[in-house]
Design a protein around this ligand. Structure first.
Ligand code: ARG
Length: 462
């Protein structure tokens, strides 16, 4: 018998019962459900709605149920379609009338979203923690490979030389912003719907501020209709997960590229690669590919709930039961991806000589040669043209700008002097980009310290 069976003449159909049940998904919310019920029961007693004795029995009974669930001895039964009914009917079976009084002034509509908000807050915190672990791995790699030079790319063509530490720090900043988005999602979830009852509030003298404090929420939600039907906080969480997942897909893609024979910039640790069942020589970056691939499902989770919410009338509708599975999946998936990426970065081997060899290809000094002329008074557009001719000359000769003689330079412009050699050296080119945020070691050192400080500040916010 369902807890709502009073007005029904026939029992439920087995198929629709299974179709309508959310228990397989929401049983994960058991701890939050118990916490919400304890807070509600205590508040009912404090307000004189139930006796202190009943409230004590409720609290004790719920603790025993939580322990049974955690020990794996709780008998879940799909007749109780969700975690709320499962726990309440088990409670009433054990403590009788006191248990049957717990649902006074409450509906599953405010109950479910209270549980979900508590859960979202916890998962946002877990993700912030995992985000920090990945940032720590990247910061450590940036420190370890601080001076390594590789080609920087635009359009995936060699552009200008950059420090590997600079490149890795770009990801640290993406993740620093992702942390901010997760913190914002946690703050969005941090509001208490309990006491809104089914949709309109209740005739009992409930103290919503008391349950807000007991459950550690920042504030009660001011509108009961909004409280039971708002799922924005899950969209916020999934949006934060989606953006971070996109960032991880970019990192994963680069690690995949860098570990190809064509690049040879890094070697993945054996534990972050797999072999082939037919080709004995293969070492595949499966886990980086999975991180890249899982972005699709995280973004899919976000879009799915957006579509579920579209055009939903107020207040609670059963459609809202579709909210939890995707949100849980997005958080679980991102947490695993953070962990996997951190391990991959911490264990990869970097090949500085391969990076440097590539940096010598593709005329990475060209901008600096043009800047050399511009600094001597030639308009930059004209200087650009001159260097274009020099690159063409190199292309024809099959050599690099570094291999040209001073006379070759002078043939294009008599502004060239012997000191042009200083513009052709990759290390000097990198060292010259001292603007704030630039790739010179002095600037990157400053940047690394800033990223480290942001990391430490975020650690405190956990
Ligand atoms: N299992 C439901 C959910 O996840 C709980 C709320 C059900 N409320 C209702 N009136 N049917 O949304």
């Amino acid at each position: 018998m369902a807890l709502w069976s009073g007005r029904f003449e026939k029992g439920a159909d087995a198929f629709t019962q299974r179709f309508g049940a959310s228990l397989p998904v929401d049983k994960k919310l058991y701890a939050q459900d118990v916490a919400g019920s304890v807070a509600h029961g205590q508040m009912l007693a404090a307000q004189g709605v139930i006796s202190a004795k009943d409230a004590a029995a409720i609290k004790e009974g719920l603790a025993a149920i939580q322990a049974a669930i955690e020990e794996g001895t709780f008998a879940f039964d799909i007749n109780n379609e969700d975690i709320h009914m499962s726990i309440e009917s088990a409670l009433t079976a054990v403590i009788g009338d006191a248990g049957a009084r717990l649902h006074t002034g409450r509906s599953r509509n405010d109950q479910v979203v209270t549980d979900t908000r508590l859960y979202a807050k916890q998962r946002a915190s877990d993700l912030m923690d995992a985000n920090l672990a990945l940032r720590a791995a990247l910061l450590e790699a940036a420190e370890k490979h601080f001076d390594v030079i590789l080609p920087g790319y635009t359009h995936l063509q060699h552009a200008q030389p950059v420090l590997l530490s600079h490149h890795l720090l770009a990801y640290v900043w993406m993740l620093t912003r992702d942390f901010e988005r997760l913190a914002a999602a946690r703050a969005a979830a941090d509001a208490n719907p309990l006491g809104s009852a089914a949709l309109a509030g209740t005739t009992y003298p409930l103290d919503r501020f008391a349950t807000t404090a007991a459950l550690g929420f920042a504030r009660p939600i001011p509108n009961s209709l909004d409280a039971v039907s708002d799922r924005d906080f899950l969209l916020d969480l999934m949006y934060a997960c989606s953006v971070s997942s996109l960032h991880l897909s970019r990192l994963a893609e680069e690690l995949i590229l860098w570990s190809t024979s064509e690049f040879g910039f890094i070697t993945m640790a054996d534990s972050y690669a797999t072999g082939s069942s037919i080709m004995p020589q293969k070492k595949n970056p499966d886990f980086a590919e999975l991180i890249r691939g899982k972005t699709g499902r995280v973004v899919g989770d976000l879009v799915a709930l957006m579509m579920t919410l579209k055009s939903l009338p107020l207040a609670y509708n059963k459609d809202l039961q579709e909210d939890k599975e995707g949100a849980m999946d997005a958080a679980d998936t991102l947490e695993d991806c953070y962990r996997c990426a951190a391990g991959m970065v911490a264990t990869m081997t970097v090949h500085p000589e391969a990076m440097m060899a590539q940096a010598h290809k593709g005329y990475l000094a060209a901008t600096d040669v043009a800047d050399y002329l511009a600094k001597k008074g030639m308009p930059f557009r004209q200087a650009h043209e001159v260097v274009g001719h020099l690159v063409l000359l190199c292309d024809k000769r099959g050599c690099d700008l570094e291999d040209l003689a001073l006379d070759d330079f002078k043939a294009e412009s008599d502004l060239f002097e012997a000191d042009i050699a200083g513009c052709l050296n990759l290390k000097a080119i990198v060292e010259a980009r001292t603007t704030y945020g630039g790739t010179a070691p002095v600037a990157v050192r400053q940047q690394l310290e800033e990223a480290q400080r942001a990391y430490e500040a975020d650690q405190i916010r956990l």
